[in-house]
Design a protein around this ligand. Sequence first.
Ligand code: SME
Length: 161
Amino acid sequence: MPVADLVEDVCKEVSELVDAAPTAHDLMQRLVKLLHDRMLKYNWVGFYMLEPGAQPPVLVLGAFEGAMTPHVRIPLHQGICGAAASSGQSVVVDDVSKEPRYLSCSLETKSEIVVPVFVHGEVVGELDIDSHFPAAFTPEHQDLVQYCALLVGKKLEALGR
Ligand code: SME
């Protein structure tokens, strides 16, 4: 199946999940499973959420699919995850071996994308995906991951966070 068709199908499934999920946590759990199951190059899919009130701020591992990671808590000055959360910008790394900020989760990981989740314009967390394939996150994939992060932020807003 061409990647554009797959992305379109998965976007529809993600929209359906948003309507069906009773809580944001439930949505995030179903979403990481959907992306991990349907997107064959997404080998680790997870959310990191900012711990409410923590000073200095810290990202805490939330719902995820894939092998357990040693990085359960990530301060904002560390890793690709910290860079995405502190800048409020998506980060796409085609070759993690060339990225000095990269915190290794699996020796098999070759590329990574991290997209912030916003609630009322503020970063509250992020969606992080690792691939065993180099440069897995082409523009079509970036659109899909950004769409997922956007819908999670909207769900959190709708639920009054
Ligand atoms: N690679 C991330 C750490 C999280 S693991 O990939 C699950 C980083 O550099 O921030």
